[in-house]
Structures are given as structure tokens and as C-alpha cells.
Design a protein around this ligand. Sequence first.
Ligand SMILES: [Zn+2]
Ligand SMILES: [Zn+2]
Length: 233
Amino acid sequence: MSNRESLLGRCVATGLTWFGQDCPLCGAASGPELLCAACAGDLPVLPAYCPRCALPAPGGSICGSCLADPPHFDRTTALWLYEFPCDRLVQALKYRAWLALAGFFAFRLASRPLPEVDLIVPMPLHPRRLADRGFNQALEIARGLARHLGRPIAPRGVLRVKDTPPQTALPYEERAKNVRGAFLCKLDLSGASVAVLDDVMTTGATLNDLARALKRAGATRVENLVVARTVPR
Ligand SMILES: [Zn+2]
Ligand SMILES: [Zn+2]
């Protein structure tokens, strides 16, 4: 194994970046950064969006569907659209265990104006999926964010008790039914403001179900922080 390969292996294992690496998207030298400046600047920006559900809304006002049927969460901050090349980065973290990306996402989230919260809850994985993957990508991102924000993290206080099929395998209208009652919160969150960390927000049904569980446990406010938002075309 070459020096460079073993260095890459160590960086993947520890989530560290190193000097003189190449940008994973274009291969250009990116120095100490994970992505080169051009690729980082090209990540797909979300248009003005509803502050509650992060779907596009004119002028960034609350959208009609959140007004008509408010979700259990209070606000969503999303970094990018779940489109190329952001989708490749999220998939590289999740399926190729490129943990350096978790630090990159955490840093970019921490650069946004974020609410004051008492606790960060990473979206839990069902134990069976955790065993398959070996790590929870949301927890990896949340760890980095907790360091930046100086806030505690609750890695084990909220459990995923129902192993739901992937949301993408289901028709849109089936997704809310698929996740209902999937979470159990063992924490007393009375009066707490909670940030939920997830990699991708697709329909919002899973995040909504988790927010319901957190509010039942006493949380007064639930804020979603997500790397990428799927926007229906
Ligand atoms: Zn690049
Ligand atoms: Zn909305």
C-alpha cells in the first residue's frame, strides 16, 4: 500500500483531512480543505424556502401546507438541495463511510445562523441498520456540530423502535404512515429546545414523527438541521 493510500485510509477512519489532498469531486488540489473552492461554491443552493419545512416558498414565508397543517417541528435549516453533487457527498458519507464529510457538513451547518438549543438529537437509526452500517451518519455530523456549538448531544436517549422500509421505496402518500410511531424518547425534555440533526430531509415525515415524540417528552421547540433537502419537481 502506498503512503498516500494508507494516509487516506487513516483519514477515512478518523474523519481527519490532510494537507495537499485532491478535491473528491473534481480532483483539483484542495489544500487543507475537503472540497476545492470552486466545487464548494457550486453546491446546489436552495431557493428561498419556508422556514418551517424548507420547501421553496416565495420570499421565504411560511408555506400554505405548513399553515394548513403545521408539522410538529418548528423550524428547518437546510444547507443544500439534495441534487448533484451534494447527493454524491451524502452517499459517500453514508455508504462509503467517508467520515471526513461529517466534519465538513458540521462545519458548514455551524456557519449558519442557528437557534440557541439545549440539546442536539441525531436522527436515530434502527439497531438492525446500525449493525449493518456500523455507524450512524447523523450522529457523526452531530458530534462535529456539538463541538462547534458547545451544546450537549443525546446519542442514546431517543430510540428508533420500528425498522421502517426506506422512505424512497414508498409512494409519497404512504410515507407518513410508514414512520408513524417509529420513535421512543426516554429523556425528560420538559421545557427544552431541541435541535434534530439529519442528513437528508425527503418528505419530512420521519422528522415530523421524531418531533412528535420529542414534544410528547416535553420539548417546547424542535428545530431540524439537515444537510440536504429533497424538493419535489
Ligand atoms: Zn473540486
Ligand atoms: Zn412549509
